[in-house]
Design a protein around this ligand. Structure first.
Ligand SMILES: N[C@@H](CCC(=O)N[C@@H](CS)C(=O)NCC(=O)O)C(=O)O
Length: 211
């Protein structure tokens, strides 16, 4: 059965929820970033970049990157309707996931890991502050995309939804005023009402359950 390598609270939560929503068999293997488990020689054999998520398929193929894993989930379980059926809809889903991955996530990295962007200790506070501002601007954009919803892409729940939940959680973690984002917050409550989402948040002991 496929194995998902994840770390609680990390961006891997997107792939974790999507796999649970798909309902097929998979094993969830924790790789604790806080304990440096992603840096071990064993994990480097799975993902030499030392990042989560990674999904190991039955034939040994390893898929990295949320965008690719989410796509794999949507295409592997078409009956679960986790991707739009039409070509343009599928490409729009890909476009949203790519933006979450290449723009929204890196803004948060500026806040969480400013040392990755400068060797100057004195420059880090500024990088963090700017990251926080851009990250919140991205959350506001997500709020606008959700609009009346009920889901990110409108009527259909897709693999984009679990991905957007990661960033609501991170915004709340760094004490951004996420509750002011009315569409995003109402959507978060709808997400939390889904059994598969709750199951994974419980497994990952997510603070979102108490938010
Ligand atoms: N673009 C990648 C990002 C993966 C990524 O940066 N994962 C983080 C957790 S959110 C990680 O493993 N960080 C460990 C590190 O950078 O040391 C994806 O979406 O899968």
């Amino acid at each position: 059965m496929p194995t998902l390598y994840y770390s609680p609270g990390a961006c891997s939560m997107a792939s974790h929820i999507a796999l649970e929503e798909a309902g097929g068999p998979y094993e969830a293997q924790p790789v604790l970033l806080a304990k440096g488990e992603h840096l071990t020689p064993e994990y480097k054999k799975i993902n030499p970049r030392s990042k989560v998520p990674a999904l190991r398929l039955d034939d040994g193929t390893v898929i990295t990157e949320n965008v690719a894993i989410l796509n794999w989930v949507g295409r592997t379980y078409p009956e679960k309707n986790l991707l739009p059926k039409d070509d343009v809809g599928q490409v729009r889903a890909l476009s949203i996931c790519a933006w979450l991955s290449n723009t929204v996530h890196p803004c948060f990295t500026h806040v969480f890991r400013p040392e990755r962007f400068t060797e100057e200790e004195s420059a880090r506070a500024g990088i963090k502050e700017m990251g926080k501002k851009s990250f919140f601007a991205n959350l506001q954009e997500i709020d606008g995309i959700i609009g009346a919803g009920p889901w990110l892409m409108g009527a259909q729940f897709t693999v984009c939804d679990p991905y957007a939940l990661v960033f609501y959680g991170w915004g709340s973690r760094i004490e951004l005023p996420v509750k002011e984002l009315r569409n995003y917050t109402a959507w978060k409550d709808r997400m939390l009402a889904r059994p598969a989402v709750r199951k994974i948040l419980e497994r990952e002991k997510s603070p979102l359950l108490a938010a």
